[in-house]
Design a protein around this ligand. Structure first.
Ligand SMILES: [Mg+2]
Length: 373
């Protein structure tokens, strides 16, 4: 079963300022709009009560809420905190999509064995953000990334909304169409003119239904093939350092990624095999929510599995990677990362062409060779 946690920080810029200066707590705080033509970039909930919102000109915010504390926008600082947030999210899953400076989608599919039930790990993630960084966040947990985002918005501030599989439609139906991410005032008007007021009325139309509910429907499909694609190598010299092992994984993943793309299939399950010098062998698997054929995504999971399972100090004599749960391409893409993945697809297609023409070792993606991404 797929699980996505959408994490959205509450009044992010204001919260960062508050984490550094507790005097600002519980007060109306507005970031941005300090200069003559500046606009509000973030407003605390106390200031929002007066009608202040981000994007509003500073002078207007000052008129609505004259007692607010105005602070200049410090983008470098917020970026630093953003990196810390995503470092925490990455502890829980190898697949984290950064949607903006303060919004991320964590693919919790298949993490139960490590972190417990997705609802439990979601709570823990939000708590950790608050404890370690002093930042409040809201979360939405669902089998569908778009719905996870919608309910994270409903859970604000500092809440966690959970949508059990099968209850998506009932939950979405009464909401106004504007609740759907990507439906701005223009599209909203157009839909209203067609008499479409609620998400329920949208879902009665097949094209929308496909778009919004498909990722969940797909989870019930049982078309996953039995066969798998793998590569392994016995090392000339046994290794004990992680970075050399990761380079070996990188090479194995490049081979596998090429074969996946060749066959026009994508994989949901990634397995690594580690054989130690004493011939003790372990295999560990992880299942991801959206099937992939991209080296970068497969390698992220393989490295994560290696780091989690490697017995430190023991020498390794063989490493292997295997991918299974194969599906034909042409699967429905989630709304969020379509264009990004499309760009990768083109990139990998050209890499495969070059490799076919000039040999496997002529080209490699820099990040698959690098120690850290
Ligand atoms: Mg936010």
């Amino acid at each position: 079963m797929r699980w996505y946690l959408h994490v959205d920080m509450d009044a992010f810029f204001v919260s960062v300022e508050r984490a550094l200066d507790p005097v600002l707590r519980d007060k109306a705080v507005i970031v941005g709009g300090t200069r003559a033509r500046g606009v509000v970039t973030s407003a605390s909930y106390e200031a929002r009560k007066y009608g202040v919102c981000s994007g509003m000109p500073g002078y207007q915010a000052r008129r609505l809420c004259p007692n607010a504390i105005f602070l200049p926008t410090r983008h470098d600082l917020y970026r630093e905190f953003s990196d810390k947030i995503f470092a925490i999210l990455h502890r829980y899953s190898p697949i984290v999509h950064k949607l903006s400076i303060d919004e991320g989608l964590v693919d919790l599919t298949g993490t139960e064995r490590l972190w417990g039930l997705p609802l439990h790990s979601s709570q823990e993630i939000l708590l950790r953000l608050r404890r370690e960084l002093g930042l409040p966040a809201s979360g939405g947990l669902s089998g569908n990334p778009m719905i996870a985002k919608v309910v994270a918005g409903l859970a604000k501030p500092s809440g966690l909304a959970y949508v059990p599989h099968g209850s998506e439609e009932a939950l979405l139906s009464p909401l106004p169409v504007a609740a759907i991410p990507g439906i701005g005032p223009k599209s909203e008007n157009m839909l209203l003119q067609q008499g479409l007021r609620t998400v329920g009325s949208l879902l009665r139309r097949d094209d929308f239904r496909q778009r919004f509910l498909r990722p969940y429907d797909q989870a019930r499909e049982t078309g996953a093939g039995d066969h798998s694609i793998g590569a392994e190598t016995t090392l000339e010299v046994s290794l004990s350092d992680l970075s050399s092992m990761e380079r070996v994984l990188g090479a194995l993943v490049e081979e596998i990624g090429g074969r996946l793309r060749d066959e026009g299939v994508r994989a949901c399950r990634i397995t690594i095999k580690i054989r130690y010098d004493d011939f003790k062998t372990v295999t560990r698997s992880h299942t991801i929510g959206v099937p992939t054929c991209f080296d970068r995504e497969i390698l992220a999971v393989a490295r994560w599995l290696l780091r989690k399972n490697l017995v430190s100090g023991k020498k390794v004599r063989l490493l292997g990677v295997n991918v299974g749960g194969l599906r034909a391409s042409g699967w429905q893409e989630s709304l969020f990362n379509f264009s990004r993945r499309h760009a990768w697809e083109n990139l990998y297609r050209s890499i495969d062409c070059i490799r076919q023409r000039y040999g496997d070792h002529t080209i490699a993606i820099a990040s698959s060779r690098a120690k850290e991404e």
